[in-house]
Ligand binder design. Structure first.
Ligand code: ACO
Length: 347
């Protein structure tokens, strides 16, 4: 029995914001942002768009791909949505604070009437955690067969647009992957595993909880009646500490996934890292002796879309047919918490 990734989708707002646009409002430059992060632009949601709008669009695109590519017997995305058993949505920027879970809003709009729905909120690691969660829930009950895993963010809503160190980093977007539990077909190359999710590394180091944080609005520091504050809840970041953590855990996670399956880098078709900073990925690659071209990077275009960055990348690679059935793929990422993880997938 294998949990296969059978279709992907993505959604990105139409409004593109370049580095030059940002340099009009804070003291920075296109040259600084490119050379320190690899970012050239980001897409920002309109004021009336919420994260569920992006999530629904990405999900519909994944369902449509499954129908168009005849991965499923259903004749339309709507019919396919009705067969879903589970929706797992990774996000840091829910439509509503606390409840309802944004995945429930997505379930309703997709017409996925029989699907259970839950949010996963471990910041940029949410898609990696979500994929493992969904696969485990499909595997644990024979009646569950199909799941959607979505990563969606409107980080622009929790960005301090006056902080030049963090506001240059973030963008909005969503990506989705459709999972189906199947009998299993052997991988074509590398290892003798069935297609689908092979294994996942998950981890956390809560001692770094303060390095990436939204301080206001939770039970530790609630809003008070009548209080006026200068800016909305926003991410505060110790950039250097996060950078060092990221290089270390990316290196360790890739090494662990390969070691556990006795793989060499030649067996791996593509590594899809969380797109936070191109220099983080380059530093981790250097430590492992992995050539740069093994890593897929689209941070230049989208910036850091947190939970959405890996599923957006998967969809770009899948639609452009840069991934072939049987390819071995590693996803790897890190985020607030601090959390980290990676998935080894036979495509
Ligand atoms: N434009 C121009 N100068 C800047 C900017 C900017 N946007 N930002 C910082 N600087 C300046 C600093 O003030 C500093 O100046 P100084 O030397 O006069 O003090 C100088 O540039 C160098 O600053 P550093 O912090 O050393 O720059 P660094 O090369 O480390 O890059 C960065 C900073 C990009 C934030 C990096 O540390 C990083 O990417 N960290 C990881 C961030 C991350 O991945 N966050 C994840 C968030 S995801 C989530 O969970 C929502």
């Amino acid at each position: 029995m294998a949990v296969e990734l059978i279709a992907t989708g993505r959604a990105v707002p139409s409004r593109r914001v370049s580095n030059e646009d940002i340099a009009k409002t804070v003291d920075t430059s296109d040259e600084w942002i490119r050379s320190h992060t690899g970012i050239e632009s980001r897409y920002i949601a309109d004021d009336d768009a919420a994260v569920s709008d992006l999530a629904v669009e990405a999900a519909r695109n994944a369902l449509k791909m499954a129908v168009d590519r005849a991965e499923v017997g259903e004749k339309s995305p709507e019919e396919l949505a009705e067969t879903l058993d589970l929706i797992v949505l990774g996000t840091t920027t829910q439509d509503y604070y606390g409840c309802p879970a944004t995945s429930c809003l997505v379930q309703n709009r997709l017409g996925a009437k029989k699907a259970a729905a839950m949010d996963v909120t471990v910041a940029c690691s949410s898609f990696i955690y979500g994929l493992e969660t969904a696969a485990a829930l499909l595997s644990s009950d024979r009646r569950r067969r199909r799941a959607l895993v979505i990563g969606a963010e409107t980080l622009s809503r929790i960005t301090d647009w006056t902080d030049r160190e963090s506001c240059i980093l973030f963008g909005d977007g969503a990506g989705a992957v459709l999972l189906e539990k199947r009998e299993g077909a052997p991988a074509k190359r590398g290892i003798s595993k069935d297609r689908g999710l092979v294994r996942t590394v998950l981890g956390a180091d809560g001692s770094g909880w303060e390095n990436l944080i939204i301080r206001r609005g939770g039970s530790r520091n609630p809003w008070k009646t009548g209080e006026t504050v200068a800016i909305n809840p926003h991410v505060e970041m110790n950039g250097r500490a996060v950078y060092n953590f990221a290089v270390r855990v990316i290196t360790e996670t890739i090494a662990a996934l390969m070691e556990e399956e006795s793989l060499t880098i030649q067996d791996i078709a593509r590594i899809i890292p969380h797109q936070a900073n191109a220099r983080i990925v380059q530093a981790a690659g250097k430590r492992l002796g992995i050539p740069e071209e093994k890593f897929f990077l689209n941070i230049g275009k989208y910036a850091n879309t947190s939970s959405a960055s890996i599923p957006i990348a998967l969809d770009e690679l899948n639609r452009s047919e840069q991934l072939r059935r049987g390819d071995l793929v590693i996803t790897v990422g890190f985020g607030a918490g601090l959390t980290y993880g990676g998935n080894l997938i036979v495509w």
